[in-house]
Design a protein around this ligand. Structure first.
Ligand SMILES: Nc1ncnc2c1ncn2[C@@H]1O[C@H](COP(=O)(O)OP(=O)(O)O)[C@@H](O)[C@H]1O
Ligand SMILES: [Mg+2]
Length: 610
């Protein structure tokens, strides 16, 4: 069963640097929000340019304030521009108006960015959820809930919302940068070269730490997954935790994980945190040079005071977009890593799926296991050449040593797993040739510990047949011997059961599960240790409910209390994955040195045939 295919690596980022590939795969999601995204990006352009406008407006205004000239004349690349004094007086008000426009644009951009980001993230999440629900049992065997949850909760957001935000801030920064650099050049190209040169030097360190961030962010994911698993287990296993006084060790485990996360965060901070101060430092050198040189330009009359004020303002404003451009790279990388992980999940195709032209299973005839071999782990067979033919409406009991493969046999029928070799057929047709949904529609399961979903008892029963009528529900409740219990509840079948049905007793939970199976009314019933966890009293009533469920169906029953399988038509004895005995109770009990007889003697002391 090539396990490795399904096992998620904690940090797989096989595609993390295949940008084209990833974007290509993101395209359908991007496309779904494309018009608004384009609008967002289009609005980011004027928003970015506005900073430059404000810096530029300072020049005539400062010159007007300092020189008091009524009309200003500017030489701009050979053209003469005349600015009347009354225009200049309006500049402060114009700045207010600009700020207002900028505010409106900002609001719209934020709104659009949230809308598109969340929309895209939701679509991706829904697709991913569908993929997860379609995954094979094996996938859930192999991956911890924390790992899956963590992947599921954070990666889709990172891959979508963050992508939009990063691209938005990229466009914004680019245009802020362009506008401000133009302002610099217009004011003095000599100073501009110095200013821009220094900025360029200041952001170079950013490009070096990309990989470091990636490795730490992966490690953080691993710890995050472990933490979620730990919290999950502590919650759902709280009784064991309490009973075995494991609080201390669980706390310690959690503390260690928190500590590990802390060190990772700090190591990232250590690696990244020095960047900002260094950038500031380099920039301050640049500003010092600019101020000195600017001073001499003003003195030599090459630059006006207004020009200089405008220049310095633009230079200071330049810091923000420059820095944010630097962050864009790391942020994009994070996004791509998340995308890589998301698409890794998408690429896990369920192994168990319909063949082309799958047949629909309608009526159930003979069920036949023929030379079935099965293994969970390579070269460790759990079923060895298992063959068994079960007639319609026959009740077949499976007994044998613990770990002998009984549950495995019945798990193969609804194709939780597929056989390695050999075959299982119904009506002479391999079950792999049937449509999986139709196959599973024909099978009801009652396990030892049945999962009830948070919700009401009625909702849980209806899962067996969502469109069942009131009278069908009532009938199922009666047959499952739930009447009396439900009548003691103020809300009856509308009573809410806690997560996993925590507020019900074992026997009550079992009967709800049986009602669910009864209402499903499927021709094949599988009972895997359905009464094993119960005390004698609840077992008696659950057994009555089970008898109703089993009537006129093909039943596979696994029970370690041999008294419950007395009435089976035939009993199959499994030992370490091999079928060693098959026959009725009477036949097997009379077999000298028989395994069944031995098991029976162990439970009841002596053999008494009743
Ligand atoms: N999901 C699984 N992954 C790996 N090994 C498994 C899994 N389920 C069962 N096994 C192993 O397969 C063997 C048979 O298990 P099972 O069919 O549950 O036995 P039984 O129901 O007879 O007690 C055991 O050795 C068990 O450890
Ligand atoms: Mg079992």
């Amino acid at each position: 069963m090539g396990n490795s295919v399904f096992k998620l690596k904690d940090t797989n980022t096989k595609y993390a640097f295949s940008y084209g590939f990833l974007l290509n795969r993101m395209w359908p999601y991007i496309k779904s929000v494309l018009p608004r995204t384009l609008l967002l990006f289009a609005l980011a352009v004027p928003l970015g340019l506005l900073d430059g406008v404000v810096a530029f407006a300072l020049r005539p205004y400062m010159d007007y304030v300092v020189n008091g000239n009524e009309t200003q004349v500017y030489e701009l690349w050979g053209h003469k521009i005349y600015l009347q004094a009354f225009c200049i007086k309006f500049i402060p008000y114009a700045i207010v108006v600009f700020a207002l426009i900028q505010g409106l644009l900002k609001y719209t951009c934020n709104y659009l960015s949230e809308w598109t980001g969340n929309k895209m993230s939701n679509i991706l999440k829904i697709d991913l959820f569908k993929r997860l629900t379609a995954m094979d049992t094996k996938f859930y065997d192999l991956n911890t809930s924390g790992l899956v949850l963590n992947r599921y909760l954070s990666d889709p957001e990172q891959a979508t919302k963050r992508l939009i935000e990063t691209l938005k801030s990229f466009i914004l920064s680019i245009f802020e940068l362009v506008a401000l650099v133009v302002v610099l050049l217009v004011n003095s190209w000599k100073l501009a070269i110095i200013g821009v040169g220094v900025m360029a030097i200041a952001i170079t360190p950013v490009t070096f730490i990309r990989k470091k961030i990636k490795s730490v962010s992966n490690a953080t994911m691993v710890v995050g997954g472990d933490m979620t698993t730990n919290v999950n287990e502590t919650f759902s296993g709280n009784k064991i935790v309490t009973a075995y006084n494991l609080q201390e060790s669980q706390n310690l485990k959690f503390e260690n994980q928190v500590q590990k996360q802390f060190s990772l965060t700090m190591s990232l901070t250590k690696r990244v945190g020095w960047m900002s101060p260094i950038m500031y430092f380099i920039c301050s050198i640049g500003i010092a040079i600019v101020m000195n040189y600017g001073n001499s330009l003003i003195l030599s009359g090459e630059m006006s005071a207004g020009s200089f004020a405008s220049f310095v303002t633009a230079l200071l404003l330049l810091y923000k977009p420059t820095k944010s451009l630097g962050n864009t790279l790391t942020s994009l990388q994070t996004t791509f890593v998340a995308m890589a992980r998301v698409f890794e999940l998408f690429d896990l195709m369920p192994e168990i799926k319909n063949v082309d032209n799958a047949k629909t299973l309608t009526t159930i005839g003979k069920i036949e296991f023929r030379n079935v071999w099965f293994e969970y782990e390579k070269n460790n067979p759990v079923l060895k050449n298992f063959s068994l033919s079960v007639n319609p409406n026959e009740t077949i009991a499976l007994v044998g040593n613990s770990g002998g493969g009984k549950s495995t046999v019945v798990n193969l029928i609804p194709r939780f797993y597929d056989v390695i070799s050999g075959s299982i057929s119904i009506n002479g047709v391999d079950i792999r040739d049937y449509d999986i949904v139709s196959l599973r529609d024909n099978i009801s399961f009652v396990f030892q510990d049945n999962y009830l979903f948070s919700g009401t008892i009625k909702e849980n029963i209806l899962m067996g047949k969502p469109n069942a009528s009131e009278s069908e529900i009532q009938k199922a409740i009666t047959l499952a011997h739930l009447d009396e219990f439900l009548s003691t509840l103020p809300d009856g079948m509308d009573t809410v059961v806690g997560e996993r049905g925590a507020s019900l007793s074992g026997g009550q939970r079992q009967r709800v599960a049986i009602a669910r199976a009864i209402i499903k009314n499927s021709p094949i019933v599988i009972l895997d240790e359905a009464t094993s966890a119960l005390d004698n009293e609840s077992e008696a009533i659950v057994q009555k409910a089970l008898d109703n469920l089993m009537a006129n169906r093909t039943v596979f029953v696994i029970a370690h209390r041999l008294s419950t399988i007395h009435n089976a038509n035939r009993i199959a004895v499994l030992n370490d994955g091999e079928l060693i005995e098959l026959g009725t109770h009477d036949e097997l009990i009379n077999k000298e040195d028989g395994r069944y007889r031995h098991l029976y003697e162990m439970q009841f002391g002596t053999v008494s045939i009743d």
